[in-house]
Design a protein. Structure first.
Length: 258
């Protein structure tokens, strides 16, 4: 199978993801109607479906650790952030119990998700077991929402102050970068299942190893670099947004989201 054939045939049918997305959209429309921020919600659903149904998912399903890492970044940082941005500014996200809304809990949720699911035992289990993989997917979405709630909550008063948000995001960036560096330079496979895929049902392994030139060692290095650099760029972008918010608050009244 060559690259073009794979990009065409690598799409998979995920009934659970489609049904969930349709149900989520129906609920969103029932509660908020045709909100001016619905584009963010549609974007979140689009990224979710792409992550779980595109050739990226096929590669992550036992072929490439780097594809698996990219999936995690999208599920943890992009989808939950877009969902929170889609909510109207009148909505309160005060939780019960209130401890779930504490910044420390949010920080541990966002950072801990990456450390937990990249422990060798957990990583291998998530790739080889469908129930654990489903649990991983749901947990990344939930933990990502807890993390971003501190800076993207619809109500201004429910967010961290700009200085606090900058510290919150910067420390998360540093901690995940440390993990990325460890993965990049580790002489031991983090997810050993990717060194020898259990079933090459698509006949893709030869293309990956030969045509693409991605060895297991290089694959892990790419995965580590994805966490180390692009992932941290997401945090840095959010930090710049908080700095802009800080200056805006200093200059005058905050412009509320619609």
């Amino acid at each position: 199978m060559n690259t073009t054939q794979f990009l065409i045939s690598g799409w998979t049918w995920n009934a659970a993801a489609i049904l969930f997305s349709v149900a989520a959209l129906v609920v969103y429309l029932a509660i908020f109607g045709r909100s001016r921020r619905i584009g963010y919600f549609l974007g979140a659903l689009g990224v979710l479906l792409f992550t779980l149904m595109s050739p990226l998912n096929t590669l992550a399903d036992g072929y490439l650790f780097s594809a698996h890492m990219l999936q995690h970044i999208l599920l943890l940082l992009i989808v939950p952030a877009l969902v929170l941005l889609s909510l109207p500014s009148s909505l309160s996200l005060v939780t019960r119990p209130r401890v779930l809304g504490h910044p420390f809990v949010g920080w541990v949720a966002g950072v801990g998700a990456m450390w937990l699911w990249h422990a060798p035992t957990m990583c291998n289990a998530a790739v080889s077991s469908w129930p654990i993989h489903a649990l991983q997917t749901v947990s990344l979405l939930v933990l990502g929402a807890l993390f971003w709630r501190q800076t993207l909550a619809p109500r201004e008063e429910e967010r961290l102050s700009p200085p606090g948000a900058v510290l919150y995001l910067f420390t998360a960036c540093v901690t995940c970068s440390v993990l990325g560096i460890i993965i990049t330079f580790s002489p031991v496979a983090v997810c050993s299942i990717y060194t020898m895929p259990p079933a090459d049902h698509l006949g893709l392994l030869q293309t990956i190893r030969g045509l693409w030139g991605i060895t297991p060692e290089r694959d892990q290095q790419i995965g580590g670099l994805l966490m180390w650099m692009p992932m941290c760029l997401i945090y840095l972008s959010a930090i710049f947004a908080q700095i802009a918010r800080w200056f805006a608050e200093s200059a005058g009244p905050t412009t509320k989201r619609i």
